[in-house]
Design a protein around this ligand. Structure first.
Ligand SMILES: [Zn+2]
Length: 433
């Protein structure tokens, strides 16, 4: 058993001082606020949060950071992204993903939702092991010390009216949803990993194929994620071809529900928001990507009020900082409404922790409570950025650079701001050439 004493810990009902945390077998066995540190306890100075969940990631997009920000459109960014996707092999992707997931660990991420569509060889043929890329990503997460939900994306067409995949997109496709399901079903993840399903988007999966993906997820009780209405052009194309919004199309396909997370959900009608909320569909906001790609500002408060749990993702990894994602949810609402005070610190922490883990199928993580997975993320409150902020203020002030210690399933992955066994900047530099 390991015993920690947190100067301040964010428990299920908010911050508490002097919290004794006992861990055994990767789970919390006792959580006791208001006690003095016993001899032998590991002291956690600062604010200790539950594990942060990065609910939407495309690991290889990290290679675009700094190379696409200055100019261009969403679509020119996508061309650059495709150029990188064309080059990756299972070995090079494993090395890149290991470095990216380790960067996440340094930022306090204990679980990532990897929305994975780079399935096949460069000409679209299957590898000898058709899930070799999946295995590379899952191994990368293990080497970085974090859990992963591999959201295996069905990706079949290049346009909403069914044009075939071309060029690098051929690496993404399985032909049809039945063949996608056969491939995904053959992959057995190890203990730190789970497999979920993804419909890449209403552009990339024809309407009649979506129920096959939904059924696969339903049969396993697995998460189902889908990019939804990130760009107005997607809405326009869907309306023109299907005479329905993407949300309406997904609802008709049976794809919405409490195990589903809609990623972005930026451009929605009033009835779309009601549909998502009424079906308890989660929404994964990715504010740093949405602003980088000029997507727009999603209706976060209205979605939460409609009933959709909110979670967070760093998506394209222009930034990997869940604190920045969390406070952006509030700050973007302020910019849009010219009013302050839409989300409490408690709501933002919940989105970053328990809600994100739940959306990734880890309902037993994201809360510091007896029986839950022993994830702890300690943020220094004595840095130039955080000094004087206090626990409630930290979510509005802290950055990934203020994360001191990260414990995942009871194992120390980051100590004093350093990864336990990886030189992360060097690994990133070596992997991105
Ligand atoms: Zn995405």
């Amino acid at each position: 058993m390991t015993v920690y004493h947190a100067e301040c810990a964010w428990l299920a009902d908010g911050p508490a001082a002097n919290v004794l945390v006992e861990v055994d077998g990767g789970r919390f066995t006792a959580v006791t606020p208001g006690v003095s540190p016993p001899a032998g306890a590991t002291r956690l100075a600062g604010l200790t949060l539950p594990g942060l969940a990065n609910a939407h990631s495309h690991a290889f997009h990290r290679a675009l950071r700094g190379r696409t920000q200055a100019r261009g459109t969403f679509w020119s960014w996508r061309d650059t992204m495709y150029a990188i996707a064309a080059l990756l092999t299972p070995d090079s992707y494993r090395a890149l993903a290991r470095a990216v997931f380790a960067e996440m660990a340094l930022a306090g991420v204990t679980c990532v939702g990897e929305f994975h569509y780079l399935h096949h060889d460069s000409d679209g043929t299957r590898y000898a092991d058709p899930n070799e890329m999946s295995a590379a990503l899952v191994e990368a997460a293990a080497e970085a010390g974090i859990r992963i939900t591999l959201l295996d994306a069905c990706y079949l067409t290049s346009t909403v009216d069914g044009k075939p995949l071309a060029g690098v997109q051929r690496r993404f496709g399985d032909g049809d949803a039945v063949r996608w399901a056969e491939r995904v079903s053959a992959f057995t993840p190890p203990g730190h990993a789970r497999v979920g399903a993804a419909v890449h988007s209403v552009r990339a999966v024809p309407a009649e194929q979506i129920p096959v993906v939904v059924e696969w997820a339903d049969n396993r009780g697995a998460p189902l994620h889908v990019h939804l209405s990130e760009q107005r052009a997607e809405n326009a194309a869907c309306l023109a071809h299907h005479r329905r919004t993407p949300t309406e199309l997904l609802a008709d396909a049976g794809a919405l529900g409490p195990r589903t997370a809609a990623v972005h959900a930026t451009h929605l009608s009033d009835s779309d928001r009601t549909e998502l909320g009424d079906t308890d569909t989660a929404v994964c906001l990715c504010p740093t990507t949405e602003r980088d790609l000029a997507d727009g500002i999603g209706p976060a408060r209205a979605l939460a009020d409609a009933g959709s749990p909110l979670c967070l993702g760093s998506d394209s990894h222009a930034v990997i900082d869940i604190f920045e994602e969390a406070r952006a949810v509030e700050m973007d609402e302020r910019l849009r409404t010219e009013r302050r005070g839409h989300f409490s610190a408690t709501e933002l922490v919940h989105a970053a922790t328990a809600a994100g883990h739940a959306a990734l199928g880890w309902g037993d993580a994201g809360t510091i409570a007896v029986g839950r997975r022993a994830d702890l993320v300690t943020v220094r409150l004595d840095t130039a950025r955080t000094a004087g902020t206090g626990p409630h203020g930290a979510i509005f002030a802290a950055t990934a650079a203020d994360v001191a210690h990260v414990i995942v399933d009871g194992r120390t992955v980051v100590q004093d701001g350093q990864h336990a066994h990886l030189d992360v900047p060097r690994a990133l530099k070596d992997a991105i050439t």
